[in-house]
Design a protein around this ligand. Structure first.
Ligand code: 5GP
Ligand code: ZN
Length: 110
């Protein structure tokens, strides 16, 4: 756990954030400032700063994040209508929380 990292605190249960899904490796919760009717964040419990910091040992968690996103899209009933999966990477890429997270965004009206 990294000091002063908001998503470390959330993912390790130190905030009041309600999880839609949790297992030993990651958590899923709703974005506080949603950009679409469905806007979830898939967040590993282990601190990784950004996609730039991924190494070979992180392959499994990245795969698990994407597979979890797929399951959450189905649970939120946006799998058929479609959705976006997004990693913002570093400041220029729009990242403001420097703890790896995958955005799942969808649910727009047809
Ligand atoms: P980024 O721009 O770093 O890719 O995305 C960070 C996201 O985290 C933003 O969409 C922002 O709304 C969300 N966020 C920031 N603080 C909190 C919080 O305390 N709770 C929740 N649920 N989402 C947060
Ligand atoms: Zn962190």
């Amino acid at each position: 756990m990294e000091n002063d990292c908001l998503f470390c605190k959330i993912a390790n249960g130190q905030m009041d954030t309600r999880f839609l899904f949790e297992n030993e490796n990651l958590v899923v919760f709703r974005d506080i400032n949603p950009h679409a009717p469905v806007h979830l964040l898939i967040v590993p419990k282990r601190h990784i700063r950004s996609v730039n910091d991924l190494t070979e040992v992180d392959s499994a968690i990245v795969a698990e994040m994407i597979m979890t996103a797929k399951q959450m899209a189905k649970a939120e009933m946006v799998d058929q209508s479609g959705y976006k999966l997004l990693f913002n990477v570093e400041k220029g890429g729009g990242q403001v929380i420097f703890h790896l997270h995958l955005h799942l965004i969808g649910g727009w009206k047809k």
